[in-house]
Write a protein that binds this ligand. Structure first.
Ligand code: HEC
Length: 262
């Protein structure tokens, strides 16, 4: 009985997705991010940030405002009042405010549609990317990014995060090269290695609060890339609950049947 209970416990305990970090994200390592599609408050906050700060340039053109509202527990009225800056009707697709042609002229490249980015990149990639902008006077926008070098996107959330500077160190190493006459000589080369960030101007948020905001935004983008996952997730909980009740009923019935045998 104990074994069965333990097994049941393992199947019922929800497996939350703490996606693994550690893979390479450009110059840095991807950070792990706690994706939880059951966290409605986080998804709503992510949606708010996305609509306010990202839709001006990017679209999420496979998603309609009212579908998002229904999925995230936001009424059509609230969507209309608080989230509808870039469109007229709640049934509209989430299109960018800026026409793609203008954006291309301004940034040199059109901001890509973000509906599926959580799948084409990864949640960890997005989470790390949005926390890795740093000041770079040599770039056109004044910003660079350790995950996406020479990115054309400016750091739109810098007021929250503050400004970071990237620290680099130069590592010397020797390589053996073969000259034209066949002679081998050692050459010393220097490679530029990323060595972390330094906050050069504080933002309005602490690091922990900024990270939490970006986690919500990433969580929302994971939902955006696969809305059906949210529905499956909710159905899954009911299925587990149903199985649990069935198990209890079956166990009680077994006890009842075997009572007379013992
Ligand atoms: C001012 C316009 C602008 C705003 C606002 C903006 N972006 Fe961007 N973004 C860009 C441009 C331009 C690119 C393309 C960069 C490139 O290819 O060099 C880009 C690229 C990206 C990428 C990389 C996509 C890929 O797969 O290559 C992600 C992710 C992204 N943006 C997320 C966001 C999020 C999230 C927000 C809101 C917080 C946001 N962006 C707001 C202009 C913008």
């Amino acid at each position: 009985m104990k074994k069965i209970l333990a097994l049941l416990f393992l199947t019922v305990v929800p497996v939350t997705g703490l996606a693994a970090g550690g893979a390479a994200c450009g110059m840095v390592q991807c950070d792990a991010v706690d994706i939880d599609l059951g966290d409605e408050e986080s998804l709503q906050n992510g949606a708010r940030i996305f609509v306010n700060f990202c839709l001006s340039c990017h679209s999420a053109a496979y998603m309609r405002y009212n579908r998002m509202g229904q999925d995230l527990g936001i009424s059509d009225e609230l969507v209309e009042e608080n989230l509808l800056f870039a469109a007229d009707k709640v049934g509209d697709l989430m299109k960018a405010v800026m026409p793609a042609d203008d954006a291309k002229v301004w940034f040199g490249t059109a901001p890509p549609d973000l509906t599926l980015t959580a799948r084409s990149r990864s949640p960890e990639w997005i989470y790390t990317y949005l926390r890795s902008f740093y000041r770079d006077e040599t770039s056109f926008s004044g910003w660079n990014n350790a995950v996406f070098e020479h990115v054309a996107m400016p750091h739109v959330l810098y007021e929250w995060q503050g400004e970071q500077r990237a620290l680099f160190r130069f590592e010397k190493s020797t390589v053996t090269v073969e000259q034209d006459d066949g002679a081998k000589v050692d050459k010393e080369i220097e490679t530029k290695v990323f060595d972390g960030f330094e906050i050069s101007k504080a933002g309005t948020m602490t690091e922990a609060r900024y990270d939490a905001a970006i986690r919500d935004l990433t969580n929302f983008m994971v939902y955006l890339a696969e809305p059906a996952k949210l529905v499956r997730y909710r159905i899954g909980i009911f299925v587990l609950l149903f199985l649990f009740i069935l198990f209890v009923a079956a166990y009680l019935m077994k006890k009842e049947y075997w009572k007379d045998v013992h």
